[in-house]
Design a protein around this ligand. Structure first.
Ligand code: CP3
Length: 376
């Protein structure tokens, strides 16, 4: 299999920051969970359609993918930015990427667990039990194409819908986070059952996550081939294991996934978001982009990475506390300015340190985007 051919991405700022050696004058920006949840147009579409149905229908999924882009592509100033003499919008397009509408739980679903989105509760998976499908190495490609091809269709439809205006970001859950959800059957406050199962499994076989790794790598490659130029691994639960356990038993798998993707698709940009991992600098030598959660100070993370003396420092992505969006326009402008000062002349993709929340509104997102793009 190989990649389809596409018209070049028109606003390729995000790709240039990742690919070019030297600094790039402008800062690209997008928001984790920018599609869905807080958008009225998403809520309207969801009122009519089941979550899993939206994921599986390329027309609906691509529609949600491009919703934030439709809203935020224009360079209109927010009210507050307009009233401040030092804020001047410098770019026409505020949002520099779209992320495909899907979920990390597509993989557990493909492996046999039924996924339901329960209102007020979140995702619920039927127990893994014996139904858990084991995919052998020679079957991975076929399995991913058969069971997850609908995500590739959504990526392709998204890229077509916007005529390659901005890059499409594809994504996957990372193996440990997927394993946690598979064991718990959904989200958990403590993740104790997931940790317990993890300790038992690594005692039996330290490489027990390998079959999931191959699926993840192939899944990312499929999304690249379908038109996604950047691929993000979401390891939301990186901080749910002791750092030394995570480092010994999980990080090698992340390295293998990134290596496999980069080896077979050298042009693909791979981003890793290992949320709140205490040794983030240890991950700096393999992804192109390293996400920084909102609990970290991005300048400290960068200093620790630089102290390693690597030949290539990854582009950092993040890390505004999403709650800042709830604290008012002036606070957003102030905090974005602080981040800009920290990341001046550094390779940086402006983003939140986690996702948009259902209680937010589009105006908050807009202020964030405009603050990044303005000269403050
Ligand atoms: O912009 C985007 O958000 C793109 C699509 C996207 C979704 N989920 C859609 C979604 C992405 C990138 C994800 C990733 C995801 N899903 C993660 C990793 C990133 C992170 O946010 O930590 C995780 C852990 C999940 C699992 C998941 N899906 C949870 C825990 C929940 C419920 C709680 C919540 O955050 O809303 C979901 C539901 C979900 N996934 C929604 C959307 C738009 C909202 C549910 C709905 O429409 O009913």
């Amino acid at each position: 299999m190989s990649r389809k051919s596409f018209p070049a991405v028109k606003n390729d700022l995000l790709l240039r920051v990742c690919r070019e050696e030297g600094p790039v004058a402008e800062t690209p920006v997008w928001m984790m969970r920018q599609a869905g949840r807080y958008l009225p147009e998403f809520k309207a579409l969801r009122a009519e359609n089941e979550f899993v149905k939206v994921c599986k229908d390329a027309h609906l999924a691509s529609e949600v993918t491009v919703q934030p882009w439709r809203r935020f592509a224009s360079g209109e100033l927010c009210e507050v930015a307009r009233s401040l003499p030092w804020a001047e919008v410098t770019a026409e397009n505020a949002l520099d990427a779209v992320i495909v509408f899907s979920d990390i739980l597509t993989i557990p679903a493909a492996l046999g667990q039924t996924l339901t989105m329960v209102p007020g509760k979140g995702p619920v998976l039927t127990p893994a039990g014996d139904a858990f499908r084991q995919v052998s190495p020679e079957d991975v490609s076929r399995f991913v194409e058969d069971e997850l091809g609908y995500v590739f269709d959504a990526v392709f439809a998204s890229r077509m819908k916007i005529h390659s205006a901005v890059p499409v970001i594809g994504f996957s859950g990372a193996p440990f986070t997927l394993f946690s959800y598979m064991v718990e059957g959904g989200g958990s406050k403590t993740w104790a059952a997931a940790r317990a199962a993890f300790y038992r499994r690594i005692r039996e076989d330290p490489h027990f996550l390998k079959p999931i790794e191959s699926v993840v790598a192939q899944y990312l490659i499929g999304q690249y081939d379908a038109g996604a130029d950047m691929l993000q691994l979401f390891e939301t639960n990186a901080d749910e294991l002791p750092a030394e356990v995570y480092s010994e038993f999980v990080v090698p798998g992340l390295r293998r996934i990134v290596a496999q993707v980069k080896q077979s698709r050298p042009e693909a940009i791979v981003a890793l978001f290992a949320k709140d991992y205490r040794r983030l600098e240890d991950l700096a030598d393999f992804p192109d982009v390293l996400g920084v959660g909102w609990k970290d100070d991005i300048a400290t993370v960068l200093a620790k990475i630089k102290a390693r003396g690597l030949s290539k420092v990854p582009v950092l992505q993040g890390n505004l506390d999403p709650a800042v969006l709830l604290s008012g326009d002036l606070e957003i402008l102030h905090k974005v300015k602080e981040l800009k000062i920290k990341m001046k002349n550094e390779k940086w993709i402006a983003n939140l340190g986690h996702g948009m929340m259902p209680e937010m509104n589009p105006s908050m997102a807009k202020t964030f985007l405009q603050a990044v793009k303005s000269s403050l």
